[in-house]
Design a protein around this ligand. Structure first.
Ligand SMILES: [Zn+2]
Length: 677
């Protein structure tokens, strides 16, 4: 057997993983050894005869599990971005083992005793602010894992965590298989209405799947959404819509319905064991929102105006549809198509006219330059480093003084072994406990590759969104790894990403970077004006589509005994009760709602985007009110939030930046939901 790269020091530039030397068979032995090492490190902490101190317990804990962290980061990033049968099998095998391992440590009584003792005396230990918070977070984490429970309850908590890890893994794999297997094959006669760039992407998708000379629509958002927007073939739009929204429900080996029932039942039990009425109460107790009532209050404040706006939009869609000869009601597979017609008529704005100005490489450069102007960091491409796929690009990040800040890995294109959606992750977190360790950050998107790749306005926003998360990890300046970058509460983590989106649509940015892919000409002023004027267009639809999913998530996780639910009926009845317009359709049906079920991170937490939007809309308004979106003093205050990680309370961070509490007005304004609009 060849040497296992995980057991060596990496001599690669910046300590990037030596992707060219890592193969699937290295993971199992690496995971096994890493868990053993971690156990041994914990044993040293708990066996210490010395009284617990911050250094011999909390800092020792921060230093533990290094190999496991390294193996896990490489494994889960590759499994998300570039998986295959071998990696999927390892994921199924190790998800429960890793969960078991983590629970065993979280429920280690001797470890908890030491941390509890320190926690009780924390105010008298002479600790710095970040250290105090670190003790509190470790203590709370163990309590929330079940450290205070009786022993049989602890065993049950461990069994639940292990089973959930299996179910989450299977859920994500099922969605991926569905997305990989389904396709709508088109002949030339089926392309009616599709603009050139959509045809080109469909031709490329066909080529990728060995059907050169034909055209394909897949279940990827970047393929399905343009098709639904432009195809004048109502029958094909319907097929595409039905397949797209049925992801995860196709009966047979990849059916997610039974998994969801078990997942929500186990979560509810988890909440009950810890003394909460339901899972949402447990989950939200450790969030900015704190309670389901607070979340519901926010969501319903936006729900009614959003529904009213969607109703007005529907009326416009209907009148266009009638003129075009559609005499039946508008269906969910019609909305995007007729909305595009209304947009063309009302704003004289045509997606096909806009897209040639959004070249991927230019928008990436725009994101880099925005980061330079706001936060003083520069990006230099490196082609001498190992990558896991030829499409992946790597950049070194430096600060104004020329010092190394970190590494940014960009993985932008759709491919069969890649999870859908867009996300930011890390191969290594920033920390400074035993000397500076620089972060290695990766952003994933799922853009359809073209020559050159052209983005929609929404795609460009997504690019900036993930890059905002990336900056949150890159600009992190903390001492302890577990407080690094994005290790903040879930309903705060979307603030740095969402506020960064605002710079994409700033006229300053568009004038410089939105350039025609053939002529290089900047976007005409008059088109720019129409583009920005149309920003609140269809926001009733988008808000309702999102809120329907967020409200459903909350309702499902507020159920005390969800094991008895008929989920399809539950969804139907709930949507009826809240008056979900049937023409809109949910952004995520349960069976492919990966935020909720391919992991636990956003369970009872999908509201987080809107929660953070209150902050990002209000926060960006600080820049526009002052008339300079690059105002250096404000940018410096904002940078503090990106650098603080989880060393402070998020609302305190926000107040220090804004000088006051957030207000909801800017959010309603930016979605066009104020009464006078
Ligand atoms: Zn995000």
């Amino acid at each position: 057997m060849t040497e296992n790269p995980f057991f060596e020091t990496w001599g690669t530039p910046f300590g990037l993983p030596p992707f060219d030397r890592i193969s699937p068979e290295h993971f199992a032995p690496a995971f096994d050894r890493a868990m053993d090492e971690h156990d041994a490190e914990i044993a040293v902490i708990t066996a210490s005869p010395a009284a617990p101190t911050f250094a011999n317990t909390i800092e020792a804990l921060e230093r533990s599990g290094r190999l496991l962290d390294r193996v896990s980061r490489v494994f889960f990033n590759l499994d998300g971005s570039n998986t295959n049968d071998a990696l999927e099998a390892i994921a199924r095998d190790y998800a429960p083992k890793l969960a078991q391992h983590q629970t065993r440590i979280a429920l280690n009584e001797r470890l908890f005793k030491r941390i509890s003792e320190l926690h009780a005396q924390r105010e008298t230990l002479g600790l710095a602010v970040d250290q105090l918070r670190l003790i509190e977070r470790h203590h709370l984490r163990l309590v929330r894992s079940g450290a205070l429970l009786r022993s049989e309850q602890k065993s049950r908590m461990a069994a639940i965590a292990e089973r959930l890890a299996v179910l989450h893994t299977l859920f994500g794999q099922n969605v991926l298989h569905d997305e990989r297997d389904w396709q709508l094959t088109l002949d030339e006669v089926d392309l009616d209405g599709l603009p050139d760039f959509t045809r080109a992407a469909a031709a490329q998708a066909a080529k990728d799947r060995g059907l050169a000379g034909r055209w394909l629509v897949t279940l990827a958002r970047s393929s399905a959404e343009p098709f639904l927007t432009f195809s004048s073939r109502r029958d094909l739009r319907r097929s595409s819509w039905e397949a797209w929204t049925a992801r995860g429900t196709h009966q047979g080996a990849n059916d997610n319905a039974p998994l969801i029932r078990e997942i929500v039942a186990l979560r509810a039990e988890q909440g009950r064991l810890l003394g909460y009425a339901n899972f949402a109460a447990y989950r939200l107790d450790d969030s900015m929102a704190k309670t389901a009532d607070a979340v519901e209050h926010l969501l319903t404040q936006v729900w009614e105006p959003a529904k009213a706006k969607a109703g007005a939009e529907l009326a416009e869609l209907e009148s266009v549809a009638r003129r075009e000869g559609l005499n039946e009601p508008i269906e969910p597979w019609d909305w995007r198509y007729y909305a595009e017609k209304v947009r063309q008529a009302q704003y004289d704005l045509d997606e096909a006219e806009v897209k040639p100005y959004f070249v991927l490489d230019n928008m990436v450069q725009a994101a880099f330059d925005t980061a330079r102007r706001l936060f003083g960091v520069t990006f230099t491409e490196r082609s001498d480093v190992p990558v896991y796929h030829p499409d992946v690009r790597v950049w070194e990040v430096r600060d104004n003084a020329g010092d190394h800040v970190g590494v940014f890995v960009h993985d932008n294109f759709l491919r069969p072994g890649k999870r859908s959606g867009a996300w930011s992750s890390r191969y290594r977190d920033q920390e400074d406990l035993d000397g500076a360790i620089a972060p290695i950050v990766v952003n994933n998107n799922n853009f359809a590759k073209g020559a050159p790749t052209l983005l929609s306005f929404d795609d460009a926003e997504t690019l900036f969104h993930e890059f905002g998360h990336g900056l949150h990890s890159l600009l992190s300046r903390v001492r302890y790894r577990s407080q690094s970058g994005t290790a903040v509460r879930r309903d705060f983590v979307e603030f740095p990403s969402q506020i960064f989106e605002h710079w994409m649509s700033a006229p300053e940015t568009l004038r410089s970077y939105a350039r025609h892919y053939q002529t290089g000409e900047p976007i005409p002023e008059e088109l720019l004006r129409r583009l920005l004027a149309a920003r609140t267009f269809n926001q009733g639809f988008a808000t309702v589509e999102y809120l329907g999913s967020a409200l459903l998530d909350l309702e499902l996780h507020c159920e005390p005994s969800p094991q008895k639910l008929d989920l399809a009926r539950f969804e139907r009845e709930f949507l009826d009760r809240i008056g979900m317009p049937r023409e809109v359709g949910l952004r995520h049906r349960q069976a492919h709602f990966q935020h909720l079920f391919a992991g636990g991170g956003y369970a009872a937490g999908y509201y987080a985007y809107l929660w953070a939007e209150v902050l990002d809309a209000d926060g960006f308004a600080a820049f526009t009110e002052g008339g300079d979106v690059f105002d250096p003093e404000l940018a410096a205050r904002l940078k503090t939030i990106y650098s603080a990680g989880d060393t402070c309370d998020p609302m305190e961070l926000y107040r220090a930046f804004r000088g006051r509490d957030p207000k909801i007005d800017a959010l309603l304004e930016q979605r066009g939901l104020t009464a006078d609009k």
